[in-house]
Design a protein around this ligand. Sequence first.
Ligand code: HEC
Ligand code: HEC
Length: 448
Amino acid sequence: MRWRLVGALLAAAVLVLACLPAMKGVPKNPAVEAEQTRMGHDARIDAHGEKMLRDGREIFRYDSFGSEDFWGGQLRLHEAILGAENGGVGPGLTPKEALRLGLKVDAGQLPEILGKAVQEGSVDLDDPETTIALLRAHSVVGVKAITRDDRIVSIGITCAFCHSTVDDSITAGIGARLDGWPNRDLDVGQVVALAPTVKPYADLLGVSEDKVREVLRSWGPGKYDAELNQDGKAMRPDGKSAATVLPAAFGLAGVNLHTYTGWGSVTHWNAYVAITQMHGKGTFFDPRLNDAERFPVAVKAGHHNVRNSPDLVTSKLADLHFYQLAIPAPKPKAETYDAAAAGRGAAVFAGKAQCARCHVPPLFTEPGWPMHTAEEMGIDDFHASRSPDKKFYRTTPLGGLFVREKGGFYHDGRFADLGAVIDHYERLLRLQLTAQERADLVQYLKSL
Ligand code: HEC
Ligand code: HEC
């Protein structure tokens, strides 16, 4: 027994020695060394990817980039939420009212007692104090409360504000968080209009505060205008709001250009939004905005070249970019569409209806430069002409289309349902689809 043990120990010692890397005079096997380097390198890539994903998720959900200096500091939005009784102004925002405005509550982020009370329905949804408790727990999706001594002293917003919702698993508006799903219930304009003052917008746009509030209230649920504070255009020529529907922030990997009009890549747009829309603190450079004729407001605000110190955005862009590309488009539940009809619809999509010419599966946009003129799309060029490249709409990736049914399709939600979208293409492309083909195509789109 003992000799066997000694033998095993000796063998182990020999093995350890053999593996020591820098033993002088022992020739190394280059193939083994290369393999070890490769393994080390691969492991580093894996670890790096996992870390970027984790950090990117945190940033997407919870990072306000210092935007509290604007939303709390300048607009004093938190004061309207708190109400006079809690150190703010006015009646305060009840949870019922907050849910009505489309704000969402992440049930996974609730403290145990509050979570239980919500689940049992014993929590008072008519009391602004409850809103305050939800905010303190960081459970209101996309809203970051800044606290001092447990009191809310300011408020900032995060990417999740517009680009996440919840699955309503507890009750309408309360449930598990769904990153990347556009919140088509959220009335961004009404939320901002709660603020005791909107003077910073009024000063920048050169209009009255009343006018600013009128514009904010004209957007409606699920909409936002991410270009108003560049070109100052609040209305389209036809008098309708210039806002667009909130897009999905999922299913974007492999897609070349982003936003409805292809302003740039995901990371370009992330910097654009974090700095010029959320009013975070950082660096943003886009010389295309330095055009007083097209972007008078941007020029006034200096949006083409923003340099804040400290910079709370730039160090986060890589992780944020990586995380968004990792969010897959969700799949609809099997019972929400007719699978046999969808199968036939796939053939219509790829063939007679010509959809796959632009919406190339499985990306459902063109690999390459997926841009089309307004004329080609058979629609007006108002929104296209607001982007630096002036005249293009990007082929929207269609994965997870079911999530976007509320609020309508196309950049401004002009087509109320899939039937209306197909009507448009039938006219535009002079398709002669039978009633059966149309119905199958709808089922296919519902299955994406
Ligand atoms: C106030 C609402 C709001 C907030 C906050 C917001 N976005 Fe957006 N986002 C929009 C709107 C509206 C668009 C579409 C703009 C357009 O096409 O004119 C958009 C577009 C995008 C797109 C392009 C999607 C596509 O189909 O190509 C991405 C990606 C995106 N946002 C990510 C983010 C990230 C990351 C943040 C945080 C830094 C953020 N957004 C914050 C409203 C918002
Ligand atoms: C010439 C290229 C082209 C063809 C062909 C085309 N599309 Fe599109 N599609 C686009 C562009 C560009 C947009 C974005 C338009 C906008 O937002 O204003 C779009 C948007 C859509 C949307 C709205 C997505 C959303 O979230 O708003 C749907 C649905 C759609 N297309 C389905 C189809 C179907 C079905 C067909 C075939 C009948 C088809 N498309 C043919 C380029 C094309």
